[in-house]
Design a protein around this ligand. Structure first.
Ligand SMILES: Nc1ncnc2c1ncn2[C@@H]1O[C@H](COP(=O)(O)OP(=O)(O)OP(=O)(O)O)[C@@H](O)[C@H]1O
Length: 464
């Protein structure tokens, strides 16, 4: 089947990994089937949707590697692609629902509705709208509307029967229509509800695959009722288990989940995120690094799991490491160059080649650059440890280095002979003295970036 799928975020905050995974899966499903992918802004919550956020959201999606055939920035045959620009479309369809008896104005106030819900809860019932205004006569509705009374528009849900939904992830689910309650299609301020605008936009834009978070699972029967009442096509739905944070709560724009923006500025690579997200709640046949073509070709709706997935930074770091290994040296240099201002241009390729196995993020590369190109500061603990090696060892280290400064093997071999040390006893204090760290890139390689006078200074840790 050729899928037209979409990602329809509310531009109310920076996109997080949960949103990003939902977007990626929808994008991959469309691309794999040779279909189309649409981005639509659900910006009807105007107070929380400044235009700037929508722009940033699109930028983040592009950075992640998504491309869309239709969207707010590139247009397309089913536009506009921001809901606030589609209000006339909704008005026409809402009128059609009123005319066909599928919708009615509701004058109940927020206080009345809340009292009704409290009473239902007190009686041990699930709260839902009683349908009080459905019984109003046409004359009364006209009188109250003419009198300027505020009204929402509600969908008249059939009083009995069931609705079955075959969800791509959850399988078949049956809903008792009597449990749904008449829901709001248009708020009293005239704006369309999520249920309504989201469902009709999908149908009008030719979307036949809706992949979205599990938070929308219970909206599905309502949306199908709307589409059926309007004679519009019903897409296939698949609800992805929500991605949770370490606190076990679903990631949300509202609870400050790690945003794509933050991960990007920390230096995570989009290809690392794609590989990481592709294996979160979706099982590829084997766990290994995949190119984009492989991620798409091997993606399968049938391999989406039902268990909630958890964001795990260590796993993300694993995929970042993989991403670095799969970058060519030139690409790595181009990526790191803006950060490595300390490294002279002529040395940058060699430097990056030396440290690439010992870094995950640009900040690590900067730290290695500082370790080589800046005078080294040392903690008390490191000083004490270096001092334990005794003045004679450091004297010998300096002398041997002065004799063969350009040949690491030769001077350490000579130092081994003079000091009687070998292996860790020899190299550990040297590494600590020269880099200030216990571990890191090949010392021989790093050393070529440290000016000789600085090497000598570092080899005199208990004299300086
Ligand atoms: N934690 C999550 N895991 C997976 N998908 C999610 C998660 N949170 C939201 N989504 C999905 O991302 C898509 C865009 O949703 P939306 O823009 O409303 O994000 P949101 O994080 O729920 O925002 P808000 O916090 O403002 O409600 C929807 O399909 C939604 O179901």
């Amino acid at each position: 089947m050729i899928f037209t799928s979409r990602f329809a975020p509310s531009p109310t905050g920076h996109i997080h990994l949960g949103n990003a995974r939902t977007a990626l899966f929808a994008f991959w499903a469309a691309r794999q089937s040779g279909g189309r992918f649409i981005v639509r802004m659900e910006d009807t919550d105007q107070a929380r949707s400044p235009a700037e956020l929508a722009r940033v959201l699109l930028e983040d999606l592009r950075w992640l590697g998504l491309g869309w055939d239709e969207g707010p920035d590139c247009g397309g045959p089913h536009g506009p692609y921001a809901q606030m620009e589609r209000l006339p479309v909704y008005d026409d369809l809402l009128q059609r629902l009123v005319d066909t008896g599928h919708a009615y104005p509701c004058f109940c106030t927020a206080d009345e509705l809340s009292a009704e819900r409290d009473a239902q809860r007190a009686a041990g019932k699930a709260p839902r709208y009683s349908g009080r205004c459905r019984a109003l006569s046409a004359a009364e509705v006209a009188r109250r509307l003419e009198g300027g009374e505020e009204a929402t528009l509600r969908f008249a849900v059939p009083c009995s029967g069931t609705l079955s939904v075959d969800d791509l992830v959850w399988g078949e689910r049956s809903y008792d229509l009597a449990d749904l309650g008449d829901f709001v299609l248009r708020r009293s301020d005239g704006s369309p509800s999520f249920f309504f605008a989201n469902a009709v936009d999908d149908a009008l834009m030719g979307v036949n695959l809706v992949l979205r978070g599990e938070d929308h699972l219970s909206n599905t029967p309502r949306q199908i009722l709307i589409l059926q009442a309007l004679g519009l096509p019903v897409p296939q739905y698949g609800h992805l288990p929500l991605l949770q944070g370490s606190d076990g709560q679903p990631l949300s724009k509202r609870n400050g989940a790690a945003s794509l923006r933050e991960l990007r500025s920390a230096g995570y690579l989009p290809a690392a995120l794609r590989n990481y997200l592709g294996q979160l709640g979706h099982h590829y046949p084997a766990t290994h690094w995949r190119s984009d073509a492989e991620l798409i070709a091997e993606f399968s709706l049938a391999r989406i799991g039902r268990a909630p997935a958890h964001f795990d930074r260590e796993q993300l770091q694993y995929w970042q490491e993989q991403a670095l290994q799969h970058l060519g040296l030139d690409e790595l240099v181009a990526w790191l160059r803006p950060h490595l201002t300390l490294v002279p241009d002529a040395q940058i390729s060699g430097f990056v080649a030396a440290i690439r196995g010992n870094m995950l993020l640009p900040a690590d590369a900067v730290a290695w650059a500082e370790a080589c190109f800046h005078p080294l500061g040392r903690s008390e603990k490191v000083r004490a440890e270096l001092a334990e090696n005794g003045a004679e060892f450091w004297q010998q280290a300096q002398t041997c280095y002065k004799e063969q400064p350009d040949d690491f093997r030769a001077w350490t071999r000579q130092l081994a002979q003079q000091s009687g040390r070998k292996g860790r006893a020899l190299f550990h204090p040297l590494r600590l003295a020269l880099t200030g760290r216990e571990q890191g890139p090949e010392l021989a390689q790093l050393l070529s970036f440290i000016p000789p006078e600085e090497v000598l200074r570092r080899l005199a840790p208990i004299f300086s």
